[in-house]
Every structure is written in structure tokens, then in C-alpha cells.
Design a protein around this ligand. Structure first.
Ligand code: NAD
Length: 488
């Protein structure tokens, strides 16, 4: 039998995070004959994946995990209250979360690397280049324990040329052993991960342009073909696939920075940013998506992927290209500062003794992910003005995650002024101002949402205070009717 051409029976996914966990769950759901092991070195995370309380919140994820992790019979019981859900019958348990990487790697036909690839914070390329330490360590572990003929898949977002570099690394660690390396970047968006994985717009599979590279790509394509229509599975070369992922994120982020730059012009002129975005978006060549002016983009991906693209351009001797893309990140930071200053100005530059409610902490709605939260910079600026209390509420986030993300802005004197509440009402009670950081749905249903509604009129009264998002209130800042008093 030709190497890399046999059907896939075992998949190991390294990294049980926002990408690894949901991706593994969806692959397992659609391929009952494939055993999917998800490996993580963090035993606490693995324990939570094996419990009813998953470590990440994604709509619909627990139902899918129950089918594959526990088998369909458990799922039928668990979802009896959701009759609309189509539940596969006779689904064997084929999804396993474990810390025992050695055993899983040794039996895998395909290993997907879905570990974190943050921005470097030291050395050459600090602040721009990708820190590949974790990724490389995981790849080395695969090289040590995987069988010859294993297909190694880059699921993580990695710099261009990584597949080539990993190949060299494998040749050093296991000389003479055949491995194929594929690029298969993930395009899911947190908050809609399950939907994105179940109905992907496209699946990219990048491989070496060799017969064995193509066979490996085909083997992986067959795994996806269990639920993804074939025309959406694109088999391309590895370098293009790696770059395509960076480009997608860069272009989405660019639209946000573009509209935010225009919102600054609106602030000066009184033009309405929502009307402008609507008008531009009605042109089908532009389209309405990602044209909501607001606080900018947060989260663990856009900023770092643009930084990576910038660094790539620099290292290829293309400073103009590097400058162009770096402006997308600069504009994003500027917008956040501008917003924080606007809040302070609206409070007449005096926050002493005042309570500020912060609704939303995750980088966007429907996720509990607090990484690179937009709230942090806003709270940093507010704390400098010595408010009596910063009162935070986010229905999706754990209090410990919020506090650990805020750690860099806290010190001995301001720490006791920051509190996380488990309901919006408490966070906003007696607040002098409420700042809405993200567009979580529950804000509109919560008691806080009820008193935010009339407050929109308040902002209208002070017409030149731009509020950026009328309908979902992506970024609605409103002052209380009178200081120390809320409309409740
Ligand atoms: P994450 O931090 O949530 O998860 C990574 C996991 O890998 C962690 O649980 C960590 O403990 C584990 N890990 C690290 N080294 C390991 C090792 N050697 N063995 C076993 N486990 C190990 O990260 P994430 O958000 O899932 O992102 C993963 C990759 O996917 C990144 O490259 C990211 O850029 C990319 N990506 C993320 C998203 C997103 O929305 N989060 C979307 C598309 C692509």
C-alpha cells in the first residue's frame, strides 16, 4: 500500500483549546469510525473537557461533545428537552480527552497541531514575529512518538514557511522516517465556532507538491468530505495555505480599522457613522459585514496575525507592505484610547468617587474568551482617573479569567476598586456611567438592558457624543441621568 494513502482511523489533536476542542468534536461527530484523541498538557483543562462543564463556552458545543465523547445513548437522554435537535443514533464514543500524549501519538494516522502561537515578546521580531516555541515543542514530541507514515497537520495559525521548517526539524529528530506535513488552517470564529465548523465556507489543505504530499492531502480531504461538500475543500500548496489564513484575518481586521478611522471624522463633523457604513455596505462590491464602527477588534487572533504579516513583509524586504498592514493595528489601538478619553471627558474629567459599570468583558459576544479584551485598556485609562469603583459584568466570562486578564493594570492601590459581579443589575446599580464593551445578547434582556434602552435618548440629547452602534450597541457609552443616579 502506498504511504499516506490508507484510510484514516486515528486522529490525535494536540491542544484542547478554542480551536482544538471544537474541531476535534466536529470531526468525531461526522466520522464515527475514526477515534479522535485530544491531547493537552494542562490536566485541569482535560478534566473539564471530560466533565459536563467544558472549559470553553460555544453555543451547541456541549451537545456535540456529548454525542461523540459519551456515545449517542447518553446524548438522547441529555437532549430530551431539545426535540428539535437531530441526534445521530448508534454513535459510538470516539472522542477522548487526555494528557497521555505518548500513547495517542503512537497510534495516530493524522496528528493535528492546534497549540497556541502567540506574538513574541522578546528577542528578534519582538512584538511582531510569532513565538513558535510551543508549536515547535509539540512538533518535536510528535516526531519522537509518531509512527512512520503519520500525516502532521498545522491547525494553528503559523508563519509562512513553517511546513518547510517542520520538515527539516523532523528530519533531524527522526532521520529517514517518512512524515508528510500539511497546512490546514482554521477559520472558525469564536462565538459561532460550531456553526462555522459544521458549515465551513471553505477548508484549505496545503501540501507539498509531491505525489506523497498529494496523497496525504487527499487522506485529510476524505475526513472532511464526511460532511463538507467537495467543492469547498481546496487543495493548494502549503505556503499559499499558510499565507491565506493570515490574509483572511488581516482583511477582516482592516475593514474594522477602516470604518473606525471614518468614525473619527464623524466625531469631528457630526456625520453619522452608522448611516455611512450602511450606505457603503449596500454596494455589493463592499458588502455590509465587518463595517460596524466600535471599540475595535480584540481577541487572540487579529492583532497577532497582522503583526505576523507585518513581520513577514519586513523580513522579505517589503517595508511599504509592512507599514501598510501595521497601520491596521495602530488604528485599532488609537480608537480604543480615543474611546476611553471620550468616556473620561463625558464624566467632566472627574471620576473620583464615581462608579463605572462595565458591561461585557470578552472580546466579543457569545464567548467567554477574555484574551486581549478591549475592556483592559479602557479600564486602565479609567483607573488612572481614580474612580471609586469599576464594576464589571459579563454573562459568559469566569470572574477568575477577568481578574487574571486585568492583572497587568492592577496594583496595590487600585485593586480593591475593581469588582466582578454575577449580574448586570448589581454592576450597574448606582453607577454614574455604564460602558458597554461588547455586543452580548443578554445585555438587552437583562435588567441593565432595560435601563440602557431609555438612556439611548439621553445620548441623543447630547448629540455630538457619538455612540457607535445603535442596534446591537457594540459600543454604547451612556451617562446616567444625574450623577449617582441610574434609571432603574
Ligand atoms: P488555546 O490557547 O485556547 O489552546 C491551546 C492549547 O494547547 C492549550 O490548552 C495548551 O495547554 C495546549 N498545549 C500547548 N502545548 C501543548 C503540548 N505540547 N501538548 C499538548 N497541549 C499543548 O489556543 P486557541 O485559541 O485554540 O488557538 C490555537 C491556534 O489556532 C493558534 O495558532 C490560533 O492562532 C489559531 N486559531 C485560533 C482561533 C480562535 O478563534 N481562537 C481561530 C482560528 C485559528
Amino acid at each position: 500500500e502506498l504511504l499516506f494513502s490508507k484510510p484514516v482511523r486515528h486522529i490525535a489533536v494536540v491542544g484542547a483549546g478554542y480551536v482544538g476542542g471544537p474541531t476535534a468534536a466536529v470531526i468525531a461527530l461526522h466520522n464515527p469510525h475514526i477515534r479522535v484523541d485530544v491531547l493537552d498538557k494542562d490536566p485541569r483543562r482535560v478534566r473539564r473537557w471530560n466533565s459536563p462543564h467544558l472549559p470553553i463556552y460555544e453555543s451547541g458545543l456541549i451537545d456535540i461533545v456529548r454525542v461523540s465523547r459519551d456515545g449517542a445513548s447518553t446524548c438522547l437522554r441529555a437532549t430530551a428537552d431539545k426535540p428539535h435537535q437531530s441526534t445521530p443514533t448508534n454513535h459510538p464514543p470516539n472522542l477522548f480527552f487526555t494528557t497521555d500524549s505518548q500513547t495517542s501519538l503512537a497510534r495516530a494516522d493524522v496528528v493535528m497541531l492546534a497549540v497556541n502561537t502567540p506574538t513574541k515578546t522578546f528577542g528578534i521580531g519582538s512584538g511582531r514575529a510569532t513565538n513558535m516555541t510551543t508549536f515547535d515543542a509539540a512538533a518535536k514530541e510528535v516526531a519522537l512518538y509518531a509512527r512512520p507514515g503519520t500525516i502532521i497537520v498545522e491547525k494553528s495559525t503559523v508563519p509562512c514557511g513553517t511546513a518547510q521548517r517542520v520538515r527539516k526539524m523532523l528530519d533531524e529528530v527522526r532521520p529517514g522516517v517518512d512524515f508528510e506535513i500539511l497546512s490546514n488552517p482554521e477559520f472558525l470564529s469564536e462565538g459561532s465556532a460550531v456553526r462555522n465548523l459544521m458549515q465551513p465556507d471553505r477548508v484549505l489543505i496545503g501540501s507539498a507538491k509531491t505525489p506523497s504530499g498529494r496523497r496525504a492531502a487527499e487522506a485529510l480531504a476524505n475526513v472532511y468530505a464526511a460532511w463538507v461538500p467537495r467543492p469547498r475543500i481546496l487543495e493548494i500548496d502549503a505556503w499559499s495555505s499558510e499565507l491565506a489564513k493570515l490574509v483572511s484575518n488581516a482583511m477582516l481586521a482592516q475593514r474594522i480599522s477602516s470604518i473606525n478611522s471614518i468614525s473619527a471624522i464623524c466625531d469631528r463633523t457630526g456625520a453619522d457613522i452608522d448611516e455611512i457604513a450602511k450606505s457603503a455596505g449596500l454596494d455589493p462590491r463592499i458588502g455590509p459585514q465587518f463595517l460596524k464602527a466600535g471599540l475595535g477588534f480584540g481577541g487572540s487572533c487579529f492583532r497577532k496575525d497582522i503583526a505576523s504579516l507585518t513581520y513577514l513583509s519586513e523580513s522579505l524586504g517589503l517595508p511599504e507592505v509592512a507599514h501598510y498592514w501595521s497601520q491596521v493595528n495602530s488604528m485599532n489601538e488609537w480608537q480604543r484610547d480615543r474611546f476611553a478619553q471620550k468616556v473620561i471627558q463625558r464624566m467632566e474629567e472627574n471620576l473620583v468617587g464615581k462608579k463605572i459599570g462595565i458591561l461585557g468583558f470578552a472580546f466579543k459576544k457569545n464567548t467567554g474568551d477574555t484574551r486581549e479584551s478591549l475592556a483592559v485598556d479602557v479600564i486602565r485609562a479609567l483607573l488612572q482617573e481614580r474612580p471609586a469603583e469599576i464594576a464589571i459584568f459579563d454573562p459568559c466570562c469566569l470572574s477568575e479569567d477577568i481578574m487574571s486578564e486585568l492583572e497587568p493594570v492592577l496594583n496595590a492601590t487600585n485593586r480593591e476598586r475593581v469588582h466582578v459581579y454575577s449580574d448586570a443589575y448589581q454592576a450597574c446599580q448606582q453607577a454614574n456611567a455604564v460602558v458597554i464593551i461588547n455586543d452580548s445578547d443578554p445585555f438587552r434582556q437583562s435588567p441593565a438592558g432595560q435601563f440602557i434602552e431609555p438612556s439611548i435618548d439621553l445620548s441623543a440629547k447630547t448629540k455630538n457624543i457619538p455612540y457607535y452602534d445603535n442596534s446591537i450597541r457594540n459600543m454604547q457609552y451612556m451617562a446616567s441621568k444625574q450623577e449617582g443616579e441610574m434609571v432603574i
